[in-house]
Design a protein around this ligand. Structure first.
Ligand code: PLP
Length: 394
């Protein structure tokens, strides 16, 4: 039997965040008391009115295929959200609903990239971008950032990374994993560079728009530079904002030439996202928004306490974040002191000795840092900081 697989399979690796979660789950199943700070999803339940909308959809028999890119009612809810919150106007043909923000990112790569096209990915990055570029025959080009620039790409670094082959730039603000958000002025400075390179399309991953507490309101690159509207796809989802990760409902909004191509790709792969999840998303987007404020306030309180605790650990440096539910401290000093050279081995050491699961920064292109998710209870966070303190000799 010939078990040769498609070459593209060998180009990609399974998600490293899932690997840590799996190992922590294994230890837990063996009866170990493991504190997991590896989760990539809010720990709250989906708000009741959203669940009710899904139950109603089921009862009303909304259990059939819908148009590939979502129902007209969902597209209207999405268009209204962008008009009200972001001052951006999109027609129905400029919007496509997908199976989570993940499929939206995947569709962009599949619809846009040709073999050898380069995809700029500022590090630290969301783990899936490089592999999605590879699956579309693209070449990921990682643009490193520093803790001093709060893990944000400078215009100089962007300019230096651009070549005639550059086709796509992923921007994610607020960022998973760094928790940092670009200011409008910082985005305007990046846009100035992009205006000199008209071939580059921007994928603006705005998943964490609402989980934000910086002094400035949210802005994406189109807000900072309206001239980029024609070549920017905004990617979003209800997943993080409304604690709906399992519902699998995201979307893209952008120029119709690209959105139409993405819809073609989707029509020959998954077709429409689940009909029931679409009705739930309408309820999320058009219903009472107080749940968003409540969840964000809880994340912020945990952030403040966790960052304070982490910054006090020996050999650990931690900046305050602007939003999300991730802290991204630099553990390199603590790692070197403990005699480790690589952060994956050090994260394993932490899991084995302190029973704390966190994700090594190399998974996000920033070795030496660790991602700690605070989408968990205060009790778990306090205990995790205490255990890390004991391990690191605080
Ligand atoms: N983009 C970023 C930056 C994320 O953190 C995630 C999820 O972790 C996604 C996209 C995908 O989200 P979804 O669960 O809606 O597919």
């Amino acid at each position: 039997m010939d078990k040769t697989l498609a070459a593209r399979v060998n180009r990609i690796k399974p998600s490293p965040t899932l690997a840590v979660t799996a190992k922590a789950a294994e230890l837990r199943a063996a009866g170990e008391d493991v504190l997991s700070l590896a989760a990539g999803e809010p720990d709250f339940d989906t708000p009741e009115h959203i669940k009710e909308a899904a139950i109603k959809a089921l009862r009303d028999g909304k259990t059939k295929y819908t148009p590939v890119g979502g129902t007209p009612a969902l597209k209207k809810a999405i268009a209204d959200k962008h008009a009200q919150d972001n001052g951006l106007e999109y027609k129905p043909g400029q919007i496509i609903a997908s199976v989570g923000g993940k499929q939206a990112c995947y569709n962009v790569c599949q619809a846009l990239l040709n073999a050898g096209d380069e995809v700029l990915i500022p590090a630290p990055y969301w783990v899936s971008y490089p592999d999605m570029a590879l699956l579309a025959d693209g070449e990921p080009v990682i643009v490193p950032t520093t803790a001093e620039s709060r893990f944000k790409m400078t215009p100089e670094a962007l300019e230096a990374a651009i070549t005639p082959k550059t086709r796509l730039l992923f921007l994610n603000s607020p960022s998973n994993p760094s928790g940092m958000a670009y200011t409008k002025a910082e985005l305007a400075a990046l846009a100035e560079v992009l205006l000199r390179h008209p071939r580059i399309v921007v994928a603006s991953d705005d998943m964490y728009e609402k989980i934000l507490w910086s002094s400035e309101p949210f802005a994406n690159i189109v807000n900072a530079c309206p001239e980029l509207y024609e070549r920017t796809v905004v990617i979003h989802a209800v997943s993080k904002t409304y604690s709906m990760t399992g519902w699998r409902l995201g979307w893209s909004a952008g120029p119709d030439w690209l959105i139409g191509a993405m819809a073609n790709i989707q029509s020959q792969s998954t077709s429409n996202p689940t009909s029931i999840a679409q009705d739930a998303a309408i309820a999320a987007l058009t219903g009472d928004q107080s749940c968003v404020g409540e969840m964000t306030a809880a994340f912020r309180a945990r952030h403040d306490k966790l960052v304070e605790g982490l910054a006090a650990l020996p050999g650990v440096h931690c900046h305050a974040g602007d939003g999300t539910f991730y802290a991204f401290p630099d553990f390199s000093e603590a790692m070197t002191r403990a005699g480790f050279e690589d952060d994956v081995a050090f994260a394993n050491h932490i899991l084995e000795k302190a029973r704390v699961a966190l994700v090594p920064g190399s998974a996000f292109g920033s070795p030496g840092c660790m991602r700690l998710s605070y989408a968990t209870s205060d009790k778990v966070l306090d205990a995790a900081v205490e255990r890390l303190g004991t391990l690191l000799g605080a």
